[in-house]
Each structure stands twice: as structure tokens, then as C-alpha cells.
Design a protein around this ligand. Structure first.
Ligand code: ADP
Ligand code: MG
Length: 251
């Protein structure tokens, strides 16, 4: 990932009026229109918005996987990693080899990458499942493998596209708790597409509310609740109400 910064900054990412378009023979879609926001280094930021709001497209633009049409993207991170909604694991590789895959591509020798893979699997609570294949793992375990794979490169920016949306409540509760612990220990920046209001409030320093057609930022809210957050307290419910009202107004 190129480092576009000529000086160091407190921001891992600054987007200024970024627009992006899909243009093929069938359709011409302005997927993102004038998106502006910043990610402070070490912060946890969530994006919430309806299907088609351009959330996944935005992740791709941030990672440089898709070109934007106008505006400016200033990146100050070196090791971005991504976790997907559908896990995106290789079915023919066991958990250890899935986690080690990127390290193998980078040319690291087998012993070292297997050591790192086992360490990362332990960090996400899968220490005894290294030899299991994705088909032998539950949805929650697969997502933990996806997280371990992302952690293998010790990312400074972790992008997560609806990582909990295929998981049941109990599974996602325990994964959220582990993610918060991992976030703190790595000191990394996390940008997460979130589909549940309470999850966004529980996890985030900042929440970006997007709207569709064209994909745009409607509002940016900061969540100032102290951590660890009491998800049953009155302040928490107040924040949930505020965000619910913002989303109700825009949709
Ligand atoms: P979200 O992740 O918020 O649901 P997406 O980023 O997937 O939204 O899509 C934003 C818009 O761009 C939608 O209108 C969608 O139909 C369109 N789009 C997404 N991917 C493509 C593509 N590969 N080709 C053409 N249009 C696309
Ligand atoms: Mg999406």
C-alpha cells in the first residue's frame, strides 16, 4: 500500500469529497458521492447504512482495490487487512494454512509462518482447531479464522465488512468481546461496516451513517461513552436512541 503522506499525521485515513462510479455497458452507477471523513489512528469507526449505500465499495476504494473518480484519499497506514462477511476462506486449506496463506505469498519460510499462524489462532481462541478445515468449523469459528488471517500481518488498519451479520447473537457477542481485546492490544485502527445499531454503539468511537442512491455520508456521530461499555446502562440506551433517530430520519 503506497504511503501518500509527506508528513506524519494523527489520521490513518483522510477522505475528501471522494466519488466513485461503476460504469459498464449495462449501467452507470454513482456508487459514492462526495464522501468525506477521517479515521484517527487507533480509533474504532463504524459505518452503518442500507444495502446499496456503497459501504463495500468504500472499503475497496480505501484499500486501493478500486479507483475513485474524484476527490482525495490520503492514506497513512502500512499494513491494511480485511475481514469479510462470508469469511472468504480457502475450503481446501486447514485453519493454520488459511491463516498462513498471506505469509506464504510474502515468501516467509514454512516454519516461521506456521508458528505465526498458530499464535494468531490462539489469540482468537482456536488453539486446538489448527488442523480443521473450514467445512469442519462453525460460522463463528470460521470468522475467527478470518480474523486470525487478518492479524497474521500485524495490521495497522483492519477493515471489516459486516463481520457479524452471518453469526447468531451469542457467537457474535463473544467475537465482539475478543475483537475489543485484540483492538486494544494491537493499537490498530478499525473501520467496520456494521449492520446493528447496538453493536455500532458498543464498539465505536465514531459512527458514520450512510445513505443510498447515490452512496453518501448523511451524518457522523461520536460515541463518548467510557470503556468498557455498559451495554445495559441508561447512557447506552440514550446513544442507541440518538442513532436510531438519525437513521429513521434519513431513511
Ligand atoms: P453496500 O455494501 O452498502 O450494500 P455496495 O458498495 O455493494 O453497497 O454497492 C453500492 C452501489 O454500487 C449499488 O448501487 C450497487 O448496485 C453498485 N455496485 C456494486 N458493485 C458493483 C459492480 N461490480 N458493478 C456495478 N455496480 C455495482
Ligand atoms: Mg456491502
Amino acid at each position: 500500500m503506497p504511503n501518500d503522506m509527506s508528513h506524519s499525521s494523527d489520521m490513518a485515513l483522510v477522505l475528501s469529497r471522494v466519488s466513485a462510479r461503476f460504469n459498464d455497458e449495462k449501467k452507470n452507477v454513482l456508487a459514492l458521492k462526495d464522501i468525506s471523513f477521517s479515521l484517527p489512528k487507533g480509533s474504532f469507526v463504524s459505518i452503518i447504512g442500507p444495502s446499496g449505500a456503497g459501504k463495500s465499495t468504500l472499503m475497496r476504494v480505501i484499500l486501493g482495490l478500486m479507483e475513485h473518480e474524484s476527490g482525495e484519499v490520503v492514506r497513512d497506514f502500512e499494513r491494511p487487512a480485511m475481514v469479510f462477511q462470508n469469511y472468504a476462506l480457502f475450503p481446501w486449506l486447514n485453519a493454520r494454512d488459511n491463516v498462513a496463506f498471506g505469509l506464504r505469498m510474502s515468501g516467509m519460510d514454512r516454519k516461521k509462518r506456521e508458528h505465526i499462524a498458530c499464535e494468531k489462532l490462539k489469540e482468537v481462541g482456536l488453539e486446538r482447531l489448527e488442523d480443521h478445515y473450514p467445512s469442519q468449523l462453525s460460522g463463528g469459528q470460521r470468522q475467527r479464522v478470518g480474523l486470525a488471517r487478518a492479524l497474521a500481518i500485524s495490521p495497522d488498519l483492519l477493515i471489516m465488512d459486516e463481520p457479524f451479520s452471518n453469526l447468531d447473537t451469542i457467537t457474535s457477542e463473544s467475537l465482539k468481546a475478543d475483537l475489543l481485546r485484540i483492538w486494544r492490544s494491537y493499537g490498530m485502527t478499525i473501520l467496520m461496516v456494521n449492520h446493528l445499531i447496538p453493536d455500532a454503539i458498543e464498539l465505536s468511537d465514531q459512527i458514520i451513517v450512510m445513505e443510498a442512491h447515490p452512496g453518501r455520508v448523511e451524518k457522523t456521530l461520536s460515541v463518548d461513552l467510557p470503556r468498557p461499555r455498559d451495554v445495559r446502562g441508561p447512557q447506552f440506551f440514550k446513544e442507541v436512541d440518538v442513532l436510531t433517530e438519525v437513521i429513521r430520519k434519513v431513511s
